[in-house]
Design a protein around this ligand. Structure first.
Ligand code: 5GP
Ligand code: ZN
Length: 108
């Protein structure tokens, strides 16, 4: 599939990896908007939250569990951070593989 995040998952494109398990991958955003700017994605391709069926929603809870872990490891759990998931046109979703931005390390 011609999806840059799938290519990153398959190791066909490099990334600055922050976390990986069998279901998710987290890596630093290539164009960081804050001192901490990590993207967390499911390894399975979903275009957006709209493509995740009710019986597959466990992956969203898992992603949030990993977001908590990364926030603590990066030390932004005390200062606060933003979790952003852009979905579709009006939200300016550029990469059509669902991803959660973790933004922190400064006053946003
Ligand atoms: P969106 O606007 O779709 O929510 O955000 C896409 C994000 O992916 C942007 O913050 C952009 O900088 C990031 N991005 C796009 N291409 C790549 C890439 O090849 N590698 C990494 N690490 N981040 C990327
Ligand atoms: Zn993909």
């Amino acid at each position: 599939m011609d999806c840059i995040f799938c290519k990153i998952v398959r190791g066909e494109m490099p990334c600055s990896k922050v976390y990986e398990d069998d279901k998710v991958l987290a890596f630093n955003d290539i164009d960081p908007q804050a001192p901490v700017h990590v993207l967390v994605i499911p390894k399975k391709h979903y275009g957006s939250i709209l493509d995740i069926k009710d019986d597959e929603m466990d992956i969203v809870a898992h992603i949030h569990k990993i977001i908590n872990k990364i926030a603590k490891e990066k030390g932004i759990d005390k200062t606060g951070f933003r979790i952003v998931n852009n979905c579709g046109e009006d939200a300016n979703q550029v990469v059509k593989h669902i991803h959660y931005h973790i933004l922190g390390g400064k006053k946003l």
